[in-house]
Every structure is written in C-alpha cells, then in structure tokens.
Write a protein that binds this ligand. Structure first.
Ligand SMILES: Nc1ncnc2c1ncn2[C@@H]1O[C@H](COP(=O)(O)OP(=O)(O)O)[C@@H](O)[C@H]1O
Ligand SMILES: [Mg+2]
Length: 286
C-alpha cells in the first residue's frame, strides 16, 4: 500500500517503523495498523475539518476549557485562527481524554502519544489477535448482553466520576476484546459539569447501549442507570465504588410511570435505528 503522507512523517521521525494495513475509514478519521519495533499498534489519522460536519460539533465545545481569552474569543468568532484552534482542540481532546480515562482505570485503549495530528494507541484485538469486532457486529446471548451492559455502565460511571461524558457512545464505538468491552472514539467527549446538554448526552449514551443490549436481554429495558447516575453525580454522591441498582424514582409522584417508560423505550429504539442508519451510510470498510 502507499503510505499516507501523515504517517510518513511518523516513520521519518522514528515514531513508527511501518504501516501494515488500513483498518477502517470513517467520516472523521482513518485508522491504520502500524508496527513499532515488535509492537503492533494502531494509528488514528484525523480527517481535515472541512470534511467533517463542523457545525454539529459546536454544542460539544460549550463545556470545554479553552486556554486563554484570545483563544476563547477566536473560537467564538470562528475566525481563521479560531477554526484552526478549534480543530487543534478537537484532536487533542481525544488524546487528553484517553490518558485521563486510562489513568482512572476506564477500559479504553492505551495511548502511546500524539504526533503530527496522529494518535498512536493500542490495537484492541480478539482472542486470535485479529482487530477486535465492534459490539454492533457480534452475536449476543442474554447472559453476555447482561455482562456487557454491567461492564459498560461501570465504564460510564467511572468516566462521569472523572467529570466526562463520552457523547457518542453506541454499539459502534465499543470493541469486544477477549476479556470484555473497550470504549473508543473520544473526540467529542464533553465535560459533565460545564455543559447544559450534559444530562441529555449522558442519558443518550446509556440509552443507546441499553436499547441495543436490551434486544438480547429485554429486562435491561426496565433499568434507569443514567437517571440514577446523574442524580448522584449532581448531588456530589457519585464515586468509583458507588454500586448502582438501575432503580430510580422521579420526583413527581403524580406521573404515570408506565407511559413514561413506554415513551422512553420508544425513543431508545428510534435513536438506535437512526444511529444504525447513520453509521451504515457513513462507514466504508476496507
Ligand atoms: N484501538 C483500536 N483497536 C482496534 N480497532 C480500532 C481502534 N480504534 C479504532 N478502531 C477501529 O476503527 C474504527 C474507527 O475508529 P473510531 O475511533 O471509532 O473513529 P470514527 O468512528 O470517528 O471514524 C472503529 O470502529 C474500530 O473498528
Ligand atoms: Mg467511531
């Protein structure tokens, strides 16, 4: 294969030795399998801002810290400098999040650095050493769906304890390794404290996974982990060792819970169907 220009720079700098093969190319990034010494890793090359749905991302920026007031003003104006700055923020966000989450014990790929706009990280593999399948691609039995749900909700909780919400969690951003699910794809990660839309995004993340896994283990559809987690988080009572039950009673005692549940489950299904449609349209696999 012809070595992509961004990866040639990493070879020239001795960061990687060889590009073995392309793994996946989506709307926002192309991922390659690379070799460093005797280690096989992967390299995520971000596509140019122009190729991405820039405007959709503006809401995500809301809760993110920006270094100086010059940067803040520039980003707000979306000036040329601002756009460049915002693009930089976008790429760095994923790298920063991976280091922070990894240190907090969250199941994410181990990052090996960020060079010339390329993220080098652990290649998640299956038991045979092939690149791991995504959650949305594996057949699931009820018991396995329950296990994955428990582990994934644990990861969402640990992230929230770090003050972070994934923001694009779906069966396509979870890889299945030999010892369980691993969460990937963090450029849009949001701050739980600073963003008005944080609760909505947390519930959407939880609901995406719950609706999907609930197809194999329907009792999951009757859980309220996102709502419970958010309530504890807001009260300052969420800790890494907090045990969640998935039970939650909304404040208003008068509401008709059955119809609320029905509406939520409908919304979960709709969100998932749209998500799958969107992913199918977006992704061109090699
Ligand atoms: N660390 C990794 N190990 C194995 N495969 C990966 C890894 N990171 C990404 N991939 C593969 O590349 C695909 C795209 O990566 P992702 O980070 O989700 O970017 P995007 O969805 O924005 O294109 C993933 O769906 C997955 O199949
Ligand atoms: Mg992805």
């Amino acid at each position: 294969m012809k070595t992509p220009v961004q990866l040639q720079e990493l070879i020239d700098d001795g960061v990687i030795d060889e590009v073995l093969r392309p793994l996946k190319s989506g709307k926002e990034a192309a991922v390659y399998v690379v070799r460093t010494g005797d280690q096989v890793r992967c390299a995520k090359v971000y596509k140019d801002m122009a190729q991405r749905s820039f405007q959709q991302r503006v809401q995500y920026q809301e809760g993110r810290k920006v270094r100086g007031s010059r940067e803040a003003r520039a980003m707000a104006k979306a000036s040329k400098y601002g756009r460049k700055q915002q693009e930089q923020e976008w790429k760095n966000t994923e790298v920063d999040a991976l280091y922070q989450l990894r240190a907090a014990g969250v199941r994410v790929p181990e990052p090996f650095g960020y060079f010339h706009g390329v993220l080098v990280m652990e290649l998640v593999t299956d038991a045979e050493g092939f690149s791991a399948p995504r959650l949305g691609e594996v057949a699931l039995e009820a018991g396995q769906a329950r296990d994955y749900h428990r582990v994934l909700l644990e990861q969402i909780k640990l992230m929230l304890c770090c003050g972070l919400i994934h923001g694009d969690l779906s069966p396509y951003n979870v890889l299945i390794g030999p010892d369980g699910p691993i969460v990937i794809d963090f450029p849009q990660v949001v701050s739980a404290a600073g963003n008005n839309a944080a609760r909505t995004m947390l519930l959407r993340d939880v609901n995406n996974l719950t609706a999907y896994l609930g197809r194999s283990a329907p009792e999951l559809l009757d859980t309220w982990y996102g709502e419970q987690m958010w309530e504890l988080f807001q009260a300052g009572d969420l800790y890494p060792d907090t045990v969640l039950t998935g039970e939650y009673t909304p404040d208003e005692s008068a509401v008709d819970l059955d119809s609320v549940r029905e509406a939520i489950n409908d919304a979960r299904e709709m969100a998932l169907i749209r998500e799958q449609g969107r992913r199918a349209a977006e992704e061109e696999d090699y």
